[in-house]
Design a protein around this ligand. Structure first.
Ligand SMILES: [Zn+2]
Length: 72
């Protein structure tokens, strides 16, 4: 799993502003979480799973990007 130490290099896909790291967040897929279905679609239909993702937010257009670490 790569370390993302150079987060300031990440640019917003929409407006090219620098993304701000929000740190790591826990996401639970499966079950009845509407949020999980929104983000993962078919993946959310699989058995419940806990994903640790790195979240980044664009301060300009509020676009959010999520990165999953490599593999289990
Ligand atoms: Zn943006």
């Amino acid at each position: 799993m790569k370390k993302m130490s150079d987060t300031s290099e990440l640019k917003c896909l929409r407006c090219q502003s620098g993304l701000v790291a929000l740190g790591q967040e826990s996401l639970v897929t499966g079950g009845s979480s509407a949020g999980a279905k929104f983000f993962f679609g078919q993946l959310a239909e699989m058995q419940e799973r806990n994903w640790v993702v790195s979240a980044y937010r664009c301060p300009s257009c509020h676009h959010v990007e999520l990165f999953l670490p490599e593999g289990p």
